[in-house]
Design a protein around this ligand. Structure first.
Ligand SMILES: *[C@@H]1O[C@H](CO)[C@@H](O)[C@H](O)[C@H]1NC(C)=O
Ligand SMILES: *[C@@H]1O[C@H](CO)[C@@H](O)[C@H](O)[C@H]1NC(C)=O
Length: 467
Protein backbone atom coordinates (compact mmCIF):
# COMPACT_ATOMS: atom_id res chain seq x y z
CA UNK A 1 0.00 0.00 0.00
CA UNK A 2 2.74 2.37 1.02
CA UNK A 3 4.70 1.49 -2.11
CA UNK A 4 1.72 2.12 -4.37
CA UNK A 5 1.28 5.56 -2.82
CA UNK A 6 4.88 6.40 -3.60
CA UNK A 7 4.42 5.41 -7.23
CA UNK A 8 1.47 7.73 -7.60
CA UNK A 9 3.20 10.68 -6.00
CA UNK A 10 5.04 11.95 -9.15
CA UNK A 11 1.83 11.68 -11.17
CA UNK A 12 0.03 13.86 -8.71
CA UNK A 13 2.72 16.49 -8.98
CA UNK A 14 2.61 16.49 -12.78
CA UNK A 15 -1.17 16.64 -12.72
CA UNK A 16 -1.09 19.55 -10.30
CA UNK A 17 1.46 21.39 -12.45
CA UNK A 18 -0.62 20.91 -15.59
CA UNK A 19 -3.73 22.08 -13.82
CA UNK A 20 -2.07 25.16 -12.48
CA UNK A 21 -0.72 26.07 -15.93
CA UNK A 22 -4.18 25.67 -17.44
CA UNK A 23 -5.76 27.75 -14.72
CA UNK A 24 -3.18 30.46 -14.15
CA UNK A 25 -2.13 31.42 -17.65
CA UNK A 26 -5.46 32.54 -19.09
CA UNK A 27 -6.52 34.21 -15.89
CA UNK A 28 -3.36 36.25 -15.74
CA UNK A 29 -3.98 38.43 -18.78
CA UNK A 30 -7.54 38.69 -17.79
CA UNK A 31 -6.75 39.76 -14.30
CA UNK A 32 -4.27 42.36 -15.37
CA UNK A 33 -6.56 43.79 -18.03
CA UNK A 34 -9.50 43.81 -15.70
CA UNK A 35 -7.60 45.55 -12.99
CA UNK A 36 -6.64 48.35 -15.31
CA UNK A 37 -10.04 48.63 -16.93
CA UNK A 38 -11.74 48.57 -13.61
CA UNK A 39 -9.40 51.24 -12.41
CA UNK A 40 -9.96 53.39 -15.49
CA UNK A 41 -13.70 53.10 -15.10
CA UNK A 42 -13.50 54.16 -11.51
CA UNK A 43 -11.40 57.13 -12.44
CA UNK A 44 -13.82 58.10 -15.19
CA UNK A 45 -16.59 58.11 -12.67
CA UNK A 46 -14.63 60.58 -10.69
CA UNK A 47 -13.65 58.09 -8.00
CA UNK A 48 -9.94 58.59 -8.01
CA UNK A 49 -8.11 58.70 -4.78
CA UNK A 50 -11.09 57.84 -2.62
CA UNK A 51 -11.08 54.12 -3.40
CA UNK A 52 -9.28 51.91 -0.98
CA UNK A 53 -6.80 49.78 -2.77
CA UNK A 54 -4.85 46.93 -1.36
CA UNK A 55 -1.42 46.94 -2.90
CA UNK A 56 -0.55 43.90 -0.83
CA UNK A 57 -2.89 41.88 -3.03
CA UNK A 58 -0.62 42.18 -6.02
CA UNK A 59 2.37 39.93 -5.51
CA UNK A 60 0.15 36.84 -5.53
CA UNK A 61 -0.42 37.01 -9.25
CA UNK A 62 2.83 38.54 -10.35
CA UNK A 63 5.36 35.86 -10.10
CA UNK A 64 4.65 32.48 -11.67
CA UNK A 65 4.26 33.19 -15.37
CA UNK A 66 5.71 36.63 -15.57
CA UNK A 67 8.62 35.45 -17.69
CA UNK A 68 6.45 34.22 -20.53
CA UNK A 69 4.52 37.46 -20.66
CA UNK A 70 7.65 39.48 -20.53
CA UNK A 71 9.14 37.63 -23.50
CA UNK A 72 5.98 38.22 -25.50
CA UNK A 73 6.18 41.85 -24.66
CA UNK A 74 9.77 42.13 -25.85
CA UNK A 75 8.79 40.41 -29.08
CA UNK A 76 6.03 42.91 -29.74
CA UNK A 77 6.98 45.01 -32.68
CA UNK A 78 6.47 48.62 -31.90
CA UNK A 79 4.09 49.00 -34.80
CA UNK A 80 1.81 46.45 -33.22
CA UNK A 81 1.56 48.26 -29.94
CA UNK A 82 -0.89 50.75 -31.31
CA UNK A 83 -3.78 49.92 -33.48
CA UNK A 84 -5.00 53.39 -34.22
CA UNK A 85 -7.67 54.21 -36.67
CA UNK A 86 -5.63 56.57 -38.77
CA UNK A 87 -7.49 59.77 -39.35
CA UNK A 88 -7.83 60.09 -43.07
CA UNK A 89 -7.16 63.74 -43.60
CA UNK A 90 -8.54 63.93 -47.10
CA UNK A 91 -11.39 61.53 -46.46
CA UNK A 92 -12.43 63.19 -43.23
CA UNK A 93 -13.52 66.40 -44.88
CA UNK A 94 -16.65 65.95 -46.90
CA UNK A 95 -16.95 67.94 -50.10
CA UNK A 96 -19.77 70.03 -48.65
CA UNK A 97 -17.43 71.25 -45.96
CA UNK A 98 -18.15 74.66 -44.55
CA UNK A 99 -15.38 77.08 -43.67
CA UNK A 100 -15.84 79.16 -40.56
CA UNK A 101 -13.25 81.81 -39.81
CA UNK A 102 -12.77 83.39 -36.42
CA UNK A 103 -12.51 86.69 -38.29
CA UNK A 104 -16.20 86.40 -39.17
CA UNK A 105 -16.94 86.98 -35.49
CA UNK A 106 -14.43 89.66 -34.63
CA UNK A 107 -15.92 93.07 -33.90
CA UNK A 108 -12.78 94.77 -35.12
CA UNK A 109 -9.24 93.66 -35.57
CA UNK A 110 -8.01 95.73 -32.63
CA UNK A 111 -10.04 93.78 -30.13
CA UNK A 112 -8.37 93.43 -26.79
CA UNK A 113 -9.80 89.96 -26.45
CA UNK A 114 -10.73 87.49 -29.16
CA UNK A 115 -12.02 84.72 -26.90
CA UNK A 116 -15.60 85.57 -27.71
CA UNK A 117 -14.97 85.43 -31.45
CA UNK A 118 -13.25 82.08 -31.02
CA UNK A 119 -16.12 80.78 -28.93
CA UNK A 120 -18.76 81.90 -31.44
CA UNK A 121 -16.82 80.49 -34.38
CA UNK A 122 -16.50 77.20 -32.52
CA UNK A 123 -20.22 76.95 -31.83
CA UNK A 124 -20.93 77.61 -35.50
CA UNK A 125 -18.41 75.03 -36.73
CA UNK A 126 -19.29 72.44 -34.12
CA UNK A 127 -22.96 72.56 -34.99
CA UNK A 128 -22.35 72.32 -38.73
CA UNK A 129 -22.41 69.16 -40.76
CA UNK A 130 -18.69 69.08 -41.52
CA UNK A 131 -16.69 72.23 -41.01
CA UNK A 132 -13.23 73.69 -41.01
CA UNK A 133 -12.61 76.31 -38.38
CA UNK A 134 -9.89 78.64 -39.59
CA UNK A 135 -7.67 80.91 -37.55
CA UNK A 136 -6.16 83.13 -40.26
CA UNK A 137 -2.62 84.39 -40.32
CA UNK A 138 -3.09 87.17 -37.77
CA UNK A 139 -2.28 87.66 -34.13
CA UNK A 140 -5.11 86.98 -31.68
CA UNK A 141 -5.13 87.77 -28.00
CA UNK A 142 -7.32 85.28 -26.20
CA UNK A 143 -8.61 84.78 -22.65
CA UNK A 144 -9.39 81.22 -21.50
CA UNK A 145 -11.73 79.41 -23.91
CA UNK A 146 -13.41 76.03 -23.76
CA UNK A 147 -14.30 74.36 -27.05
CA UNK A 148 -16.90 71.83 -26.02
CA UNK A 149 -18.27 68.88 -27.91
CA UNK A 150 -19.83 66.69 -28.93
CA UNK A 151 -20.04 68.24 -32.39
CA UNK A 152 -22.43 67.42 -35.16
CA UNK A 153 -19.72 65.88 -37.33
CA UNK A 154 -16.00 65.62 -37.90
CA UNK A 155 -14.18 68.84 -37.46
CA UNK A 156 -10.92 70.39 -38.58
CA UNK A 157 -9.34 73.35 -36.83
CA UNK A 158 -6.71 75.01 -38.96
CA UNK A 159 -4.50 77.46 -37.14
CA UNK A 160 -2.37 79.58 -39.46
CA UNK A 161 -1.88 82.60 -37.23
CA UNK A 162 -0.71 83.16 -33.67
CA UNK A 163 -3.01 82.69 -30.70
CA UNK A 164 -1.57 84.50 -27.73
CA UNK A 165 -2.79 84.11 -24.15
CA UNK A 166 -3.96 86.97 -22.03
CA UNK A 167 -1.32 87.68 -19.43
CA UNK A 168 -3.80 89.19 -17.00
CA UNK A 169 -3.99 86.50 -14.36
CA UNK A 170 -7.38 87.67 -13.15
CA UNK A 171 -8.81 86.50 -16.49
CA UNK A 172 -8.20 82.96 -15.32
CA UNK A 173 -9.53 83.29 -11.80
CA UNK A 174 -13.20 83.24 -12.71
CA UNK A 175 -13.81 79.52 -12.96
CA UNK A 176 -10.72 77.64 -13.82
CA UNK A 177 -7.19 78.66 -13.17
CA UNK A 178 -5.76 75.48 -14.60
CA UNK A 179 -6.61 75.79 -18.27
CA UNK A 180 -6.28 78.25 -21.09
CA UNK A 181 -7.47 76.55 -24.29
CA UNK A 182 -9.50 73.38 -23.81
CA UNK A 183 -11.07 70.99 -26.28
CA UNK A 184 -13.59 69.04 -24.26
CA UNK A 185 -15.38 65.87 -25.37
CA UNK A 186 -14.81 66.31 -29.07
CA UNK A 187 -14.63 63.29 -31.35
CA UNK A 188 -12.98 63.01 -34.75
CA UNK A 189 -11.08 66.25 -34.44
CA UNK A 190 -8.08 67.35 -36.45
CA UNK A 191 -6.06 70.35 -35.29
CA UNK A 192 -3.33 71.51 -37.64
CA UNK A 193 -2.13 74.41 -39.74
CA UNK A 194 1.43 75.33 -38.80
CA UNK A 195 0.42 78.27 -36.61
CA UNK A 196 1.54 79.21 -33.13
CA UNK A 197 -0.06 78.90 -29.72
CA UNK A 198 1.71 81.17 -27.25
CA UNK A 199 0.91 80.96 -23.54
CA UNK A 200 2.64 84.23 -22.78
CA UNK A 201 3.76 82.61 -19.54
CA UNK A 202 6.29 85.03 -18.09
CA UNK A 203 3.95 86.45 -15.49
CA UNK A 204 3.11 82.94 -14.27
CA UNK A 205 6.73 81.83 -14.11
CA UNK A 206 7.67 84.87 -12.05
CA UNK A 207 4.92 84.04 -9.57
CA UNK A 208 5.69 80.33 -9.32
CA UNK A 209 6.69 78.97 -5.92
CA UNK A 210 9.52 77.18 -7.70
CA UNK A 211 11.00 80.51 -8.70
CA UNK A 212 10.02 82.61 -5.69
CA UNK A 213 10.20 80.29 -2.69
CA UNK A 214 8.24 82.73 -0.52
CA UNK A 215 5.11 82.41 -2.64
CA UNK A 216 2.46 79.74 -2.03
CA UNK A 217 2.33 76.94 -4.62
CA UNK A 218 -0.69 77.48 -6.86
CA UNK A 219 -1.85 75.97 -10.12
CA UNK A 220 -1.16 77.73 -13.36
CA UNK A 221 -2.93 77.09 -16.66
CA UNK A 222 -2.02 74.41 -19.16
CA UNK A 223 -1.84 76.11 -22.55
CA UNK A 224 -3.67 73.51 -24.61
CA UNK A 225 -5.74 70.69 -23.11
CA UNK A 226 -7.64 67.87 -24.77
CA UNK A 227 -10.08 66.32 -22.36
CA UNK A 228 -12.18 63.26 -23.16
CA UNK A 229 -11.47 63.48 -26.87
CA UNK A 230 -11.49 60.46 -29.13
CA UNK A 231 -10.03 60.01 -32.59
CA UNK A 232 -7.91 63.07 -32.33
CA UNK A 233 -5.09 64.25 -34.56
CA UNK A 234 -2.86 67.16 -33.60
CA UNK A 235 -0.37 67.95 -36.31
CA UNK A 236 2.07 70.66 -37.30
CA UNK A 237 1.82 73.34 -34.64
CA UNK A 238 4.16 75.46 -32.57
CA UNK A 239 3.30 75.70 -28.91
CA UNK A 240 5.40 78.01 -26.80
CA UNK A 241 5.83 79.83 -23.51
CA UNK A 242 3.05 77.97 -21.74
CA UNK A 243 1.86 79.30 -18.41
CA UNK A 244 2.55 75.85 -16.98
CA UNK A 245 2.28 72.69 -19.14
CA UNK A 246 2.21 73.20 -22.88
CA UNK A 247 -0.01 70.38 -24.06
CA UNK A 248 -2.03 67.93 -22.04
CA UNK A 249 -4.04 64.89 -23.13
CA UNK A 250 -6.48 63.84 -20.43
CA UNK A 251 -8.91 60.93 -20.42
CA UNK A 252 -8.66 60.70 -24.20
CA UNK A 253 -8.45 57.81 -26.60
CA UNK A 254 -6.95 57.11 -30.03
CA UNK A 255 -4.73 60.13 -30.42
CA UNK A 256 -2.04 60.98 -32.94
CA UNK A 257 0.33 63.82 -32.32
CA UNK A 258 2.96 64.76 -34.87
CA UNK A 259 5.25 67.50 -36.10
CA UNK A 260 5.08 69.75 -33.09
CA UNK A 261 7.64 72.29 -31.98
CA UNK A 262 7.25 72.99 -28.29
CA UNK A 263 9.48 75.62 -26.71
CA UNK A 264 9.91 77.72 -23.61
CA UNK A 265 12.96 78.90 -21.64
CA UNK A 266 14.89 76.25 -19.78
CA UNK A 267 14.31 78.05 -16.48
CA UNK A 268 10.52 78.31 -16.86
CA UNK A 269 8.96 76.28 -14.02
CA UNK A 270 6.71 73.22 -14.56
CA UNK A 271 6.48 73.80 -18.28
CA UNK A 272 6.15 70.16 -19.36
CA UNK A 273 6.09 69.77 -23.12
CA UNK A 274 3.50 67.03 -23.61
CA UNK A 275 1.65 65.54 -20.67
CA UNK A 276 -0.40 62.36 -20.99
CA UNK A 277 -2.80 61.20 -18.31
CA UNK A 278 -5.63 58.63 -18.25
CA UNK A 279 -5.23 58.35 -21.99
CA UNK A 280 -5.19 55.20 -24.07
CA UNK A 281 -3.65 54.64 -27.51
CA UNK A 282 -1.65 57.74 -28.11
CA UNK A 283 1.19 58.09 -30.55
CA UNK A 284 3.52 61.06 -30.52
CA UNK A 285 5.92 61.34 -33.44
CA UNK A 286 8.51 63.59 -34.98
CA UNK A 287 8.43 66.43 -32.50
CA UNK A 288 10.97 68.78 -30.99
CA UNK A 289 10.50 69.77 -27.37
CA UNK A 290 12.67 72.24 -25.47
CA UNK A 291 11.18 73.48 -22.21
CA UNK A 292 11.84 74.01 -18.51
CA UNK A 293 10.37 70.73 -17.31
CA UNK A 294 9.63 67.23 -18.64
CA UNK A 295 9.82 66.81 -22.40
CA UNK A 296 7.07 64.19 -22.28
CA UNK A 297 5.46 63.16 -19.00
CA UNK A 298 3.26 60.11 -18.77
CA UNK A 299 1.05 59.99 -15.72
CA UNK A 300 -1.39 57.57 -14.16
CA UNK A 301 -4.05 55.79 -16.19
CA UNK A 302 -2.03 55.91 -19.40
CA UNK A 303 -2.01 52.81 -21.53
CA UNK A 304 -0.43 52.21 -24.94
CA UNK A 305 1.64 55.31 -25.25
CA UNK A 306 4.10 55.41 -28.09
CA UNK A 307 6.61 58.18 -28.76
CA UNK A 308 8.88 58.05 -31.77
CA UNK A 309 11.45 60.44 -33.21
CA UNK A 310 11.43 62.88 -30.37
CA UNK A 311 14.08 65.51 -29.77
CA UNK A 312 14.34 66.82 -26.22
CA UNK A 313 16.44 69.47 -24.54
CA UNK A 314 16.79 71.55 -22.59
CA UNK A 315 14.39 70.27 -19.95
CA UNK A 316 13.95 67.34 -17.61
CA UNK A 317 13.77 64.55 -20.19
CA UNK A 318 11.17 61.88 -20.82
CA UNK A 319 9.39 60.81 -17.71
CA UNK A 320 6.92 58.23 -16.56
CA UNK A 321 5.41 59.78 -13.46
CA UNK A 322 5.47 61.11 -11.08
CA UNK A 323 3.23 58.32 -9.84
CA UNK A 324 1.69 57.71 -6.43
CA UNK A 325 1.85 61.15 -4.87
CA UNK A 326 -0.21 61.61 -1.72
CA UNK A 327 -0.50 57.81 -1.27
CA UNK A 328 -2.49 57.49 -4.48
CA UNK A 329 -2.86 54.45 -6.72
CA UNK A 330 -1.42 54.61 -10.18
CA UNK A 331 -1.34 52.41 -13.24
CA UNK A 332 0.73 52.91 -16.35
CA UNK A 333 1.28 50.17 -18.89
CA UNK A 334 2.52 49.71 -22.42
CA UNK A 335 4.80 52.66 -22.97
CA UNK A 336 7.26 52.61 -25.85
CA UNK A 337 9.77 55.37 -26.44
CA UNK A 338 11.47 54.46 -29.69
CA UNK A 339 13.89 56.90 -31.28
CA UNK A 340 14.72 59.89 -29.16
CA UNK A 341 17.56 62.31 -28.91
CA UNK A 342 18.09 64.07 -25.63
CA UNK A 343 20.68 66.76 -25.15
CA UNK A 344 21.56 68.75 -22.06
CA UNK A 345 18.53 67.51 -20.15
CA UNK A 346 18.61 66.84 -16.41
CA UNK A 347 17.22 63.33 -16.97
CA UNK A 348 17.14 61.02 -19.95
CA UNK A 349 14.50 58.35 -19.54
CA UNK A 350 13.07 58.37 -16.06
CA UNK A 351 10.47 56.51 -14.02
CA UNK A 352 9.63 58.42 -10.87
CA UNK A 353 7.34 57.28 -8.09
CA UNK A 354 6.58 58.62 -4.63
CA UNK A 355 6.81 56.52 -1.50
CA UNK A 356 3.45 55.48 -0.16
CA UNK A 357 1.76 55.03 -3.54
CA UNK A 358 0.36 51.77 -4.86
CA UNK A 359 -0.35 50.21 -8.25
CA UNK A 360 1.89 49.20 -11.16
CA UNK A 361 4.03 50.73 -13.86
CA UNK A 362 4.74 47.93 -16.31
CA UNK A 363 5.68 46.92 -19.85
CA UNK A 364 7.80 49.90 -20.65
CA UNK A 365 10.35 50.04 -23.41
CA UNK A 366 13.00 52.66 -24.05
CA UNK A 367 14.93 52.00 -27.21
CA UNK A 368 17.13 53.62 -29.85
CA UNK A 369 17.94 56.59 -27.72
CA UNK A 370 20.83 58.97 -28.01
CA UNK A 371 21.95 60.93 -24.97
CA UNK A 372 24.16 63.96 -25.16
CA UNK A 373 25.46 65.35 -21.87
CA UNK A 374 22.39 64.23 -19.93
CA UNK A 375 22.70 64.48 -16.14
CA UNK A 376 20.82 61.25 -15.28
CA UNK A 377 20.52 59.33 -18.56
CA UNK A 378 18.76 56.26 -17.15
CA UNK A 379 16.95 56.54 -13.87
CA UNK A 380 14.26 54.79 -11.87
CA UNK A 381 13.60 56.84 -8.78
CA UNK A 382 11.15 55.26 -6.38
CA UNK A 383 12.03 57.78 -3.71
CA UNK A 384 10.96 60.79 -5.73
CA UNK A 385 10.10 63.75 -3.52
CA UNK A 386 9.22 67.15 -4.90
CA UNK A 387 8.18 68.71 -1.58
CA UNK A 388 9.78 71.59 0.22
CA UNK A 389 10.29 69.17 3.09
CA UNK A 390 11.85 65.75 2.66
CA UNK A 391 9.47 62.80 2.40
CA UNK A 392 9.18 60.30 5.22
CA UNK A 393 9.85 56.63 4.65
CA UNK A 394 6.81 54.51 3.79
CA UNK A 395 6.37 50.83 3.10
CA UNK A 396 3.89 50.99 0.26
CA UNK A 397 5.17 51.70 -3.26
CA UNK A 398 4.26 51.46 -6.92
CA UNK A 399 5.50 48.19 -8.41
CA UNK A 400 7.80 48.84 -11.36
CA UNK A 401 8.16 45.82 -13.61
CA UNK A 402 9.12 44.71 -17.10
CA UNK A 403 11.18 47.61 -18.33
CA UNK A 404 13.46 47.28 -21.35
CA UNK A 405 16.37 49.59 -22.12
CA UNK A 406 17.69 48.76 -25.54
CA UNK A 407 20.27 50.45 -27.73
CA UNK A 408 20.85 53.52 -25.63
CA UNK A 409 24.11 55.34 -26.29
CA UNK A 410 25.75 58.61 -25.49
CA UNK A 411 27.13 60.69 -22.69
CA UNK A 412 26.31 61.51 -19.11
CA UNK A 413 26.95 64.91 -17.58
CA UNK A 414 27.28 63.32 -14.13
CA UNK A 415 29.27 60.37 -12.81
CA UNK A 416 26.14 58.32 -12.35
CA UNK A 417 24.88 57.37 -15.79
CA UNK A 418 22.52 54.66 -14.58
CA UNK A 419 20.55 54.85 -11.37
CA UNK A 420 18.04 52.28 -10.25
CA UNK A 421 16.82 53.37 -6.86
CA UNK A 422 13.97 50.93 -6.42
CA UNK A 423 11.68 50.41 -3.48
CA UNK A 424 12.95 48.28 -0.61
CA UNK A 425 9.53 46.67 -0.18
CA UNK A 426 8.68 46.37 -3.90
CA UNK A 427 11.96 45.87 -5.77
CA UNK A 428 11.93 46.57 -9.53
CA UNK A 429 11.16 43.36 -11.41
CA UNK A 430 12.19 42.22 -14.87
CA UNK A 431 14.47 45.05 -15.86
CA UNK A 432 16.36 44.25 -19.06
CA UNK A 433 19.29 46.20 -20.45
CA UNK A 434 20.54 45.44 -23.90
CA UNK A 435 23.29 47.34 -25.71
CA UNK A 436 23.45 50.27 -23.39
CA UNK A 437 26.68 52.25 -23.51
CA UNK A 438 26.97 55.50 -21.61
CA UNK A 439 30.17 57.41 -21.05
CA UNK A 440 31.09 60.41 -19.01
CA UNK A 441 30.77 63.59 -21.07
CA UNK A 442 33.87 65.21 -19.55
CA UNK A 443 36.25 64.74 -16.65
CA UNK A 444 38.53 61.93 -15.56
CA UNK A 445 35.95 59.79 -13.77
CA UNK A 446 34.31 56.88 -15.49
CA UNK A 447 30.54 56.72 -15.59
CA UNK A 448 29.06 54.37 -13.01
CA UNK A 449 25.78 52.68 -12.15
CA UNK A 450 23.99 52.84 -8.80
CA UNK A 451 21.59 49.99 -8.25
CA UNK A 452 19.33 49.32 -5.29
CA UNK A 453 16.66 46.62 -5.10
CA UNK A 454 16.59 45.84 -8.79
CA UNK A 455 16.08 42.51 -10.51
CA UNK A 456 18.15 43.04 -13.62
CA UNK A 457 19.16 41.10 -16.74
CA UNK A 458 21.70 42.20 -19.33
CA UNK A 459 22.22 41.34 -22.98
CA UNK A 460 24.84 42.52 -25.45
CA UNK A 461 27.21 45.22 -24.27
CA UNK A 462 26.15 47.09 -21.17
CA UNK A 463 28.31 49.78 -19.64
CA UNK A 464 28.49 50.89 -16.90
CA UNK A 465 27.39 47.81 -14.95
CA UNK A 466 25.62 47.63 -11.66
CA UNK A 467 28.22 46.86 -9.02
C1 LIG B 1 -15.14 61.05 -39.47
O1 LIG B 1 -13.93 60.56 -38.91
C2 LIG B 1 -13.92 59.17 -38.74
C3 LIG B 1 -12.66 58.78 -37.99
O2 LIG B 1 -11.53 59.40 -38.50
C4 LIG B 1 -14.01 58.50 -40.11
O3 LIG B 1 -14.00 57.10 -39.94
C5 LIG B 1 -15.29 58.94 -40.78
O4 LIG B 1 -15.34 58.42 -42.07
C6 LIG B 1 -15.36 60.47 -40.84
N1 LIG B 1 -16.67 60.87 -41.33
C7 LIG B 1 -16.83 61.67 -42.39
C8 LIG B 1 -18.23 62.02 -42.73
O5 LIG B 1 -15.88 62.11 -43.00
C1 LIG C 1 27.23 69.41 -19.90
O1 LIG C 1 26.29 69.64 -18.86
C2 LIG C 1 26.86 70.29 -17.76
C3 LIG C 1 25.82 70.30 -16.64
O2 LIG C 1 24.55 70.47 -17.13
C4 LIG C 1 27.32 71.69 -18.18
O3 LIG C 1 27.88 72.37 -17.08
C5 LIG C 1 28.35 71.53 -19.30
O4 LIG C 1 28.72 72.80 -19.77
C6 LIG C 1 27.80 70.70 -20.43
N1 LIG C 1 28.85 70.40 -21.37
C7 LIG C 1 28.70 70.55 -22.68
C8 LIG C 1 29.87 70.17 -23.53
O5 LIG C 1 27.69 71.00 -23.17
Amino acid sequence: MALQGLHLYPFFIILLLLLSIIIIIPSYDCLQGDTLNHYLEEEEEGGGEAFGYDSQAYPSYFSPIEDGQFKDFIKLRSTNVLNLKIFDKVGSIPTSVKTVSVDDFRANSNDIDDAEAFQKAWVEACSSKGAVLVVPKNRYLVKPVRFSGPCKSNLTVRIYGTIEASDDRSDYEKDDRRHWLVFDQVQNLLVEGGGTIDGNGKIWWKNSCKVDKDLPCKDAPTALTFHKCQNLVVDNLKIQNAQQMHLSFQSSKDVQVSNLIVTSPKDSPNTDGIHVTHTQNIQITNSVIATGDDCISIASGSQNVQAMDITCGPGHGISIGSLGSGNSRAYVSGVTIDGAKLSGTSNGVRIKTWQGGSGIASNIKFQNIEMQNVSNPIIIDQYYCDNHKSCKEQRSAIQVKNVVYKNIKGTSASNVAIKFDCSKTYPCQGILMQDVILEREAGDHKAKALCNNVNLAEMGVVSPHCP
